[in-house]
Design a protein around this ligand. Sequence first.
Ligand code: GLC
Length: 544
Amino acid sequence: MSDAPWWRRAVIYQVYVRSFADSDGDGIGDLPGVRSRLGYIADLGGDAIWLNPFYPSPQADGGYDVADYRGVDPMFGSLADFDALTDDAHRLGLRVIVDLVPNHTSSEHPWFRAALAAPPGSAERARYIFRDGLGPGGDLPPNDWQSVFGGPAWTRVTVDGRWYLHLFAPEQPDLDWTNDEVGDEFESILRFWLDRGVDGFRIDVAHGLAKDPALPDIAGGHPTSGPAPAGHPHWDRDDVHEVYRRWRRVADSYGRDVAFVGEAWVDSPVQLARYLRPDELHTAFNFDFLLAPWDAARLRSVIDASIEALAGEGAPPTWVLSNHDVVRHVTRYGGGDIGLRRARAAALLMLALPGSAYVYQGEELGLPQVTDLPDEALQDPTFLRTGGADRGRDGCRVPLPWSGDAPPFGFGPPDLGVGGAVPGVGGADPWLPQPAGWAGLTAERQASDPRSMLSLYRQALRLRKALPGDSPLAWMAASSGPGGDAVLAFRRGPGFACVVNLGDEPVDPPADVGPDARVLLASGPLGDDGRIPGSTAVWYGGEG
Ligand code: GLC
């Protein structure tokens, strides 16, 4: 076994707390709910969990509007619940990663309240980015920046007519990272959670934080969201790196294996690698992989570019197919039967690659995006700020189906069905409605079906543990003949090969796989002739 740090090859299970498991029947997932289901994640084969924000928050953006960085929202439990969860996770061999949101606070954070109560030019205002407006009376925003969620990135305060910057919702004012007080506060927050025993931090909007001090107009020259091109006035600026150097010194001072994972939507793997210099973050999400279409050539070039750019810094690549911000990949890959087949194959591809991988809760059940949530159920600020033009991200955040034949599918406590089986308590509906058709997708149903998505993930994660974590990927030539250019085939050391047929037609395994190779796992049934059907991945072992 390799003695490399855990984060170089971990499978990290992303827990969207609000939608994972509800312990008290209020329709909202919570930390005791997560705790009660940790065994499921351990059985699945996860090495770590990443918890989306559970801090006190008005929930204007699913908890990414933090009002208190050192607490737990009563809706999700208490600090004691967090400690109990962390202890149990550690006992089960699961590391715990928490989400850190440094680009902005909630408008309900005491700092922002104090800023509104204080005069322009005060120390309280200087923690945020307040500016005078343009035009007569200062009625126009200070520049043309747009919020990622739609509409202007500036909101005017009524007290004195000045404007403040928010790259996301108005309830998420951006902090001014040139202010030393901000840096000191975040060091203290890091220490707070490290002292409680966390193993890492997922850093929200890691490519934000630093802004061009001149706040120049973008003038249509740069997109507001998506990968940040060079020279952008508020994304991926050089100054952010100094923040991560400081954080790395803090993490290293704890003398244990703490890991950072950055959420940085940048232009290229080369830009991403700059966040992973040896004195900065340990890892970062690889959104190029997530964004790549179901196409062998495109995926191969993303895989190569990612591995190569990160190796230059000695950082491991990471792989992710879904998260709480994007359309679930079953749906992205075409939905229905074809989407499922491709998602199964994609899982085997992702889990065979060197480095670490992320599994977003529910992908192991093959959950699709819920595209028909009623308007009145939608809560994502994107939906509200675009006047409904963008339906937002709620469709990938629907509470998990655990068991039973009807909603809430065991999402709530066993004795609290919808409508409330316990007098005086009542079981509220899950905060987003679950499709009735999910009866066939519950964890309970899938656990006993060897052909289910859940069984595939379980087997893959178990086999993956035996893979040589550090051994590099070596591409193999696909078999010649029709369909060969839709095949990705690679070896990890002499005893393991992965072949993915992304096309529609069956193909022969590459000649390199050899006649003695054993099929360890396949994402779908193989022909008797050993050919690999379309949209199918196979892991081979044991060949010479
Ligand atoms: C990140 C989060 C997303 C949130 C945004 C603003 O992209 O993943 O959910 O809306 O940051 O904090």
